[in-house]
Design a protein around this ligand. Structure first.
Ligand code: 13P
Ligand code: SF4
Length: 319
């Protein structure tokens, strides 16, 4: 099972940024980070991106060791693409509520009930679900991948029902949706969002397609994390209400200085718009993972082989 290193288990150097830089050279390692990571982790990473960008980097890297600052399914994808490289995840407990919402046995039965359907799975799923899929997609290529399929092709879309509904709306296609969702993107309050816009009438609402339809209908722009970042940079507007995990605001502030980014509020009076899984990774754990070369992602070779094909299909279809 998952084991987590305690930061207290080893003495920590005073300057973690410098120590991580030294380890990176010693190990010939690359640090890949998602936008939902803590700002410190983003600042030490070699590449920061959305799920598609991170998969492409993982597929192309010459490094011997991949340090994945993200969640388990992302590091697992990097391992599937690089069976002979070591892939480290700072905290192996960094899971994903969306991936957890699609258990392999239940999905196998769902798939069996729709025998003539092609299975498109969002990358936010386990290797076992990937192995049962025909094509993987991310939030930045889901619409385009569905559009590339013949109009009469029957499709199962899993596991995110919100992204699935958004893709159906954009493509005009009917799809059978697995009823999974992300705990972070489902937490945004439509009422609070509307009130926030009344208080900031010039602000544009930019939202991730994992949000519910009642929230997305208020958005001026919908896209993956990378697409939201690019939109914020290029838009003539200077104020944005950001309806996704607020970790991305660090890059928005760096790449669009002078603009104002307001995190959309969750329903509850807490910080539950932060992903509790992503935020398990810390700079200390990242350092310790590189120092001890664990926790490491390991996978059954046959599962790895089966899960690789739909990921490769995605990369080919989004060249
Ligand atoms: P993207 O990285 O594709 O924007 O997806 C966001 C997300 O929820 C990752 O877990
Ligand atoms: Fe999973 Fe949602 Fe966290 Fe992304 S933000 S890792 S989809 S729980």
């Amino acid at each position: 099972m998952f084991t987590t290193l305690s930061p207290a288990a080893a003495p920590l150097p005073y300057d973690l940024f410098e120590a991580i830089g030294t380890l990176k050279k010693d190990l010939n390692a690359v640090i890949l980070a998602h936008y939902y990571q803590d700002p410190d982790i983003q600042d030490v990473a070699d590449y920061i991106g959305d799920s598609l960008g991170l998969s492409r980097q993982a597929a192309d890297t010459n490094a011997d060791v991949i340090v994945f600052a993200g969640v388990h399914f992302m590091a697992e994808t990097a391992k599937i693409l690089n069976p002979n490289k070591q892939v480290l995840l700072p905290d192996l407990d960094a899971g994903c509520s969306l991936a957890d919402s699609c258990p392999p046995n239940a999905f196998a039965a769902f798939k069996a009930a729709h025998p003539d359907h092609l299975v498109i799975s969002y990358i936010n799923c386990t290797a076992a679900i990937k192995a049962m899929s025909d094509i993987i997609c991310t939030s930045s290529n889901a619409v385009s991948i569905v559009q590339q399929l013949p109009a009469d092709q029957k499709i199962i879309f899993a596991p995110d029902q919100n992204l699935g509904r958004y893709v159906m709306q954009q493509t005009g296609r009917d799809m059978v949706l697995w009823q999974g969702s992300c705990m972070v993107h489902e937490t945004f309050s439509e009422k609070k969002l509307v009130q926030l816009q009344i208080n900031h009438p010039k602000a544009e609402i930019i939202a991730h397609p994992e949000c519910e339809a009642v929230v997305l209908r208020h958005a001026n722009f919908i896209g993956s994390t990378t697409a939201l970042l690019k939109y914020a940079q290029q838009s003539n507007q200077s104020e944005f209400i950001v309806v996704t995990e607020p970790g991305i605001i660090h890059q928005m502030q760096k790449q669009a200085p002078g603009k104002v980014f307001i995190p959309a509020p969750p329903t509850a009076a807490c910080a539950c718009n932060e992903c509790p899984h992503m935020r398990l990774n810390t700079l200390e754990k990242l350092y310790l993972a590189m120092k001890t070369r664990q926790p490491e992602i390991t996978l059954d070779p046959e599962l790895q082989r089966q899960a690789l094909q739909p990921i490769q299909r995605m990369l080919e279809m989004s060249a």
